[in-house]
Ligand binder design. Sequence first.
Ligand code: VGL
Ligand code: ZN
Length: 202
Amino acid sequence: MKALVIIDMQNDFIPGGSLAVADGDEILPIINELQNKFDLVIATQDWHPLDHSSFAINHPGKKEFEILKLNEIDQVLWPVHCVQNSEGAEFHQELNSNKIEAIFRKGTNKEIDSYSGFYDNAHLKSTGLAGYFKDKGVSTLYFCGLAADYCVYFSIIDALKEGFEAILIEDATKAISQENFEKAKIEILHAGGKIIRSSDLT
Ligand code: VGL
Ligand code: ZN
């Protein structure tokens, strides 16, 4: 069985938001259309406390987009985004959420960031997403959403590590950095993932 995983389609990642991905709004109609082709649709939601260690403001003297070593892992310092219960953390109002059966939240622990929908960035704690799919007999996961070079990419790599077939729907994602996305696509293919377009799905 196959499922659609919608990554972080939240106001803060869409033009007008605090960490907007360029043209992030353009994929909303594509994702809404895609959902009709799946029996199971789930979504992830970036859900940070205000004192989260990935926010530049929580590191006095540091600037947004600087890279810092936090507990031995490289951490990009982001603008404040997707704060728990804020409007920026809500799914965009144009995202059809009727078919979304479950929402997996991540980034709730202030000590560590969590790009992947499966694990935090140090792979210390699981969100339960892999077990959820295994319990439902899902073996193939299709990925869309934001951002292509961060949360979508890391979710795909973890899905492959967990033994799922993982497929990126390229026209249903947008990247923060096109250069990083080009590298990410090579890594996805190298790790055994696939890349398709939404029109390839029947
Ligand atoms: C994301 C940066 C920080 C994402 C989340 O959803 O790709 N990127 N937090
Ligand atoms: Zn985040």
